[in-house]
Design a protein around this ligand. Structure first.
Ligand code: AMP
Ligand code: ZN
Length: 447
């Protein structure tokens, strides 16, 4: 297998990727809090980790990619009240809406898609263990994690506890021993969703939800890759690591990967800033292929700017790829050319680019070169058909790794007859007939 390098935020450098088990790769990335329609930025990690999954699978790894739904959260309780629904009704509705988008973006089925609500007992037991080992304590109506119990706290975000404390705004919460301590469990009997557990009645905090889901879904205390957007580095992922260190004496994941932000007018797209462009609306205007290309043509760690013009350009690029593949496919089928084989040198160049921290820009140069050659061979009367077949076989694999999905026409007897009649009508200058056949052929993707 080739050398793969990934940028690890924890160590702050590009590192050679070595999975814990030789053949298996476990990936977890933080998913959405499902209290309304998600914005386009929420899909950047989704597309990035789907690309990573596809690349690693092509390399022969058994990839277990997992992402969660945060369906227990104060924002959900508030929104459910506003919509006069139960928390479950509300979250199920928005999970369904999210999954429609996953489908349109051609995201591979995940190994597991856990909901926080399904792991409450495990979360409470985890917190109980932390209380028992002295790293968690009750203060007022909350159970807190004591950051001072973790000498490595701040390692992921490269911050020292003392600097964080002096930088933190004065915390009016006197129930905390340290202003950086964070809530693991809210003890409450309010009218929001709550559970009776080993640590009392109430509900878990977000930071505990993810670490417990990682442990339980994979049945492991240390996985290969944990990810999300850059905004999650601190405090969310830092706090996940601190709990994992306190409970399991591991840093939870060997590699921490973070995606750059989707921006609008230079500012992070975010629900709280009110500048969200909903993913479901963007998917009405642009194809899943175009949105994938929009994210993937910029390196995953760099910011990317949302504009309709940028997405229109990606629609054009996706159409260029699709048209060239369709035309070549029709040509090959009409000439009864058998399926080609992968061009090893192109494939290697492409995979080596992706192996370098998912450098899609370099990988795309292989695709663009192949598209040019495919178009030129398809246009020739006496083009080398076996080379064309090899190019089509190769580029189809390359597109698949980028998650691009094209519907190619299948040519049977009926289609052959239609095409022959169309060509004959044109030769005979029978424009009434050719005009009649053109829309049928176009509808079948043959023109
Ligand atoms: P949230 O529901 O806000 O917790 O976000 C779910 C996922 O989307 C997390 O991995 C976030 O880091 C990511 N995310 C949120 N906003 C953006 C953005 N503007 N650009 C990229 N990723 C984002
Ligand atoms: Zn998380």
């Amino acid at each position: 297998m080739r050398t793969i390098k990934l940028y690890d935020t924890y160590q702050g450098k590009l590192r050679e990727f070595k999975p814990i088990d030789e053949k298996e790769v476990d990936i977890y990335y933080c998913g959405p809090t499902v209290y309304n329609y998600v914005h386009l930025g929420n899909f950047r990690p989704t597309v990035t980790f789907d690309l990573l999954t596809r690349f690693l699978k092509a390399e022969g790894y058994d990839v277990k990619c997992v992402s969660n739904y945060t369906d227990i959260d104060d924002k959900i309780i508030k929104q459910a009240k506003l919509e006069n629904k139960t928390e479950k009704e509300l979250s199920e509705f928005y999970i369904k809406a999210y999954e429609d988008c996953l489908d349109k973006l051609n995201i591979l089925p995940l190994y597991n898609h856990p909901k926080a609500s399904e792991y409450i007992t495990k979360m409470a037991d985890f917190i109980k263990d932390l209380e028992d080992n002295g790293t968690a304590y009750q203060g007022g109506d909350d159970i807190y994690f004591s950051v001072e119990s973790d000498p490595k706290y701040g390692s992921l975000s490269k911050q020292k506890i003392d600097d964080l404390v002096s930088g933190a705004r004065i915390d009016v919460n006197t129930n905390k021993k340290n202003p950086l301590d964070f809530a693991l469990w809210k003890l409450t009997d309010d009218d929001g969703i709550k559970f009776d557990t080993s640590v009392g009645r109430g509900r878990p905090g977000w930071h505990t939800e993810c670490v417990v889901m990682v442990n339980n879904v994979f049945k492991k205390t240390l996985i290969d890759i944990h990810g999300g957007g850059f905004d999650l580095k601190f405090p969310h992922h830092e706090n996940e690591i601190a709990q994992s260190e306190a409970h399991n004496h591991t840093q939870l994941a060997n590699y921490w990967m973070h995606c750059g932000f989707l921006l609008t007018n230079g500012v992070k797209m975010s629900k709280s800033l009110g500048n969200s462009i909903l993913a479901k609306d963007v998917l009405e205007r642009h194809s899943g292929n175009a949105i994938r290309l929009f994210f993937q043509t910029t390196h995953y760690r760099a910011p990317v700017n949302y504009t309709e013009e940028n997405l229109n350009a990606m629609d054009k690029l996706a159409a260029k790829y699709e048209n060239s593949l369709k035309r070549a496919s029709v040509t090959l089928q009409l000439n009864n050319i058998p399926a080609g084989t992968r061009i090893a040198s192109d494939y290697e160049e492409y995979m080596n680019a992706l192996a370098n921290d998912l450098n899609v820009a370099n990988a795309l140069s292989v695709i663009d070169r192949e598209v040019k050659e495919i178009n030129s061979l398809s246009a020739k009367k006496d083009g080398d058909m076996s080379r064309l077949a090899d190019l089509v076989a190769t580029i189809s694999e390359l597109y698949d790794i980028l998650g691009l999905r094209f519907n190619l026409p299948v040519i049977g007897d009926e289609e052959r007859k239609l095409l022959a009649d169309f060509n004959l009508a044109r030769e005979n200058k029978d424009y009434t007939k050719s005009d009649e056949l053109r829309p049928i052929l176009m509808q079948k993707g043959l023109l």
